[in-house]
Write a protein that binds this ligand. Structure first.
Ligand code: MLT
Length: 396
């Protein structure tokens, strides 16, 4: 038996595990401290009432022999029609027409982002932005793929554009971006789509944060861009949209027009999913199906507004301290420059030890993240306000 040696090329721990372990060690040593975590993007608002009601109904279904459900319907890789139809209607509002067999229900974006790589040869070259959500890098390191980085920095507003001299086969785009909060406009995204088509590459588009977009000029789906159906897969999640980080449900859109080397990617993905996945739970799917109803959308909008309030609080705090940042407007993340010339981990320790506030060190997202720091708006109002006060005090 031989181990996949590519694992030895990974950092010892997943970024958020490293942060979690450091915070736990600090709390153990300082049990009296009231630590406020604005690090991992985990939600704090309860699920929308429409979702809860739908989940209760689903539990009742499971308690009656005549309404009981086992495995989900085979037809759409275990996705229930009610959920698939609701996703289709939410895309229709963005002017994107999808057919049911292009929508694949999952247990969240993170799994699909890793799993979809099963479809692609290890010989492909991958292009990811730097800084980047570590999952894109780690999953490709595990498979031994060659990874190129597109520099995101202050000069380009953390929105790198394609470089015709660079040849990549798989391109990751996350907009609004995790970790920087920056979001591509239509022209910028069109440039990426054109570049992908010209080089026969595939875009893996992570739209996990699309619900945070407020600016009507910013696209919420890559499929709003002409040509994307021939070069992109879109991966979405209910985690941040509807607070499903603990419930687990997401969806991936693989257009049935998308072909490479004579293979239909949606057929390959269906084949992969039906072999290695048994679908998201019925209860989670029924809860998710309530998200894009009229009631559900109103309720999740209220939760997202709540988080936007936090983003405004953090932005006001950074403004008052004269600290440069991006994000926070169309995104739940604020990406700030570390003050006083500290590097990312120095600032992490400084903030933890002196203000008992936790964020995520930018360098954990890549070399261009060094000297930056990510704060999330997913906390409670009270904790966010208190964290801001502590930062104002410490950094004034
Ligand atoms: C983050 O904090 O970057 C995200 O919450 C992680 C994730 O969605 O897996």
């Amino acid at each position: 038996m031989k181990i996949n040696q590519n694992f030895s090329n990974l950092a010892e721990n997943y970024l958020f595990s490293t942060v979690g372990a450091k915070v736990s060690a600090y709390q153990k040593a300082h049990p009296e401290s009231k630590v406020i975590k604005l690090s991992i993007g985990d939600v704090t608002r309860p699920l929308a009432p429409a979702v809860i009601e739908a989940m209760h109904r689903a539990v009742d279904d499971l308690s009656h022999a005549e309404r009981f459900k086992g495995y989900g319907p085979d037809r759409y890789c275990y996705g229930y029609d009610a959920l698939i139809d609701s996703i289709k209607s939410s895309y229709a509002k963005k002017g994107v027409a999808l057919s049911s067999d292009e929508i694949f229900i999952s247990d969240g974006a993170k799994s699909d982002l890793g799993n979809i790589l099963d479809l692609f040869s290890a010989d492909n070259t991958v292009l990811v932005p730097d800084p980047v959500y570590p999952v894109y890098v780690d999953t490709n390191v595990m498979a031994g793929r060659r990874i190129l980085f597109a520099n995101a920095d202050e000069q380009n507003g953390f929105l790198p554009m394609p470089d015709k001299k660079v040849k990549a086969d798989i391109i990751y785009i996350c907009s609004p971006n995790n970790p920087t909060g920056a979001a591509y406009n239509r022209e910028q995204l069109k440039a990426w789509v054109d570049y992908a088509i010209a080089s026969d590459a595939l875009i893996l588009y992570d739209a996990a944060y699309e619900y945070f977009i407020q600016d009507p000029d910013l696209p919420r789906s890559v499929f709003e861009i002409e040509g994307a159906r021939d070069c992109a897969v879109e991966i979405c999640s209910y985690s941040k949209t509807a607070g499903f980080t603990g419930v687990r449900c997401g969806y991936t859109v693989v257009p049935n027009t998308l072909k490479r080397e004579g293979f239909s990617l949606s057929r390959l993905w269906a084949r992969r999913q039906s072999t290695k996945f048994n679908g998201a739970s019925y209860i989670a799917q029924m809860g998710a199906a309530a998200v894009f109803t009229e009631e559900g959308e109103k309720e999740i909008a209220a939760n997202i507004d709540y988080y936007r309030g936090n983003a405004r609080r953090i932005a006001a705090c950074l403004d008052s301290l004269g600290i440069w940042y991006t994000g926070g407007k169309n995104s739940p993340y604020l990406w700030m420059k570390c003050p006083r010339g500290m590097n990312s981990w120095e600032f992490f320790d400084y903030l933890l030890e002196n203000a008992n506030v936790v964020g995520t060190p930018g360098s954990g997202f890549g070399k261009n993240g060094e000297g930056f720091f990510r704060l999330t708006a997913f906390g409670t109002h009270e904790n966010t306000e208190e964290a801001c006060q502590r930062m104002r005090e410490l950094l004034k």
